[in-house]
Design a protein around this ligand. Structure first.
Ligand SMILES: CC(C)(COP(=O)(O)OP(=O)(O)OC[C@H]1O[C@@H](n2cnc3c(N)ncnc32)[C@H](O)[C@@H]1OP(=O)(O)O)[C@@H](O)C(=O)NCCC(=O)NCCS
Length: 240
């Protein structure tokens, strides 16, 4: 569909249902899930295992063919943790798997298909045994992980750095650089003098932001009629 034919009240109720679903099913799966979350299609987001916390203003996008999977599989019961800061963006297909510890800072952005893990999960010489070479992954504030970037055990990525699409990061990355390739290497330095606009800035007043988008929805959708929306669902035309 080229246009959103939903009446305003249909969209409003859909958003209410989405929030209810997130609070009812995903929030109890976390130690903490902050306010002002936007979980799109939350039924395609899996959160499993103990000690998972996600800060405020998180945007997490599930898709049917590209679930988001955030899971702790500790070495002992109730061990292992994933700590995710405020204002993060987690795109479809992202997987974050922790044996011991994965820590993700504020305003970190993860593009489609990102994979972050602190463990190789199988031994190199004994493939039947769980690998005990585990090392924490730390992703500092305002890092941007590009499409299908992979972050392996023991890696720390410094503040503001960018991991290019498809990069495989197996060693630490300093702050304020761009890394690319496999294994990822520094390809560019960022200018630390330049002002950085982050998701923390975008969510400075999350209540006002929600109010703004509600007003936009009202303006754009309030003329949409219920039966025309049904018609567009069943029998769309090129004008829909
Ligand atoms: C990381 C990125 C943002 C850098 O963009 P940029 O600042 O314009 O960087 P450049 O294009 O000047 O690239 C710098 C160097 O890195 C190389 N490079 C850039 N991206 C690369 C990649 N994904 N893999 C391998 N090399 C890459 C370039 O070829 C160039 O090499 P050279 O100096 O030898 O010519 C961009 O390359 C990228 O990966 N974008 C994808 C972002 C994404 O996943 N978006 C999804 C939505 S969140």
């Amino acid at each position: 569909m080229r246009q959103d034919r939903r009446p305003y009240w249909v969209k409003k109720n859909y958003l209410r249902f989405r929030r209810w679903y997130t609070n009812h099913f995903l929030k109890p799966a976390c130690d903490y899930l902050g306010d002002y979350h936007t979980c799109m299609k939350p039924w395609y987001i899996s959160i499993s295992g103990p000690n998972i916390s996600i800060g405020k203003c998180a945007t997490i996008i599930g898709e049917p063919d590209n679930r988001v999977k955030i899971g702790v599989w500790g070495r002992e019961p109730e061990t292992g943790r994933i700590e995710i800061g405020d204002y993060v963006m987690i795109s479809p297909g992202t997987r974050i798997s922790a044996s011991d510890e994965v820590k993700i800072g504020h305003s970190v952005m993860m593009a489609n298909g990102v994979y972050i893990t602190d463990c190789d999960w199988h031994g190199v010489y004994d493939r039947t045994k769980r690998d005990d070479r585990v090392a924490p992954v730390i992703i500092e504030d305002n890092v941007w992980l590009g499409d299908h970037a992979t972050i392996l055990k023991g890696v720390t990525i410094g503040e503001n750095s960018v991991v290019a699409a498809g990069a495989v990061v197996s060693r630490d990355v300093p702050a304020n650089v761009i890394v690319a390739g496999n294994p990822a290497k520094v390809v560019k330095e960022l200018d630390p003098e330049r002002e950085m606009v982050t998701r923390a800035d975008y969510f400075k007043d999350p209540a006002a932001l929600e109010d703004f988008f509600d007003k936009v929805d009202h303006m754009v959708l309030s003329q949409n009629g219920f039966f025309n929306w049904l018609r567009a669902l069943i029998r769309p035309t090129m004008r829909d």
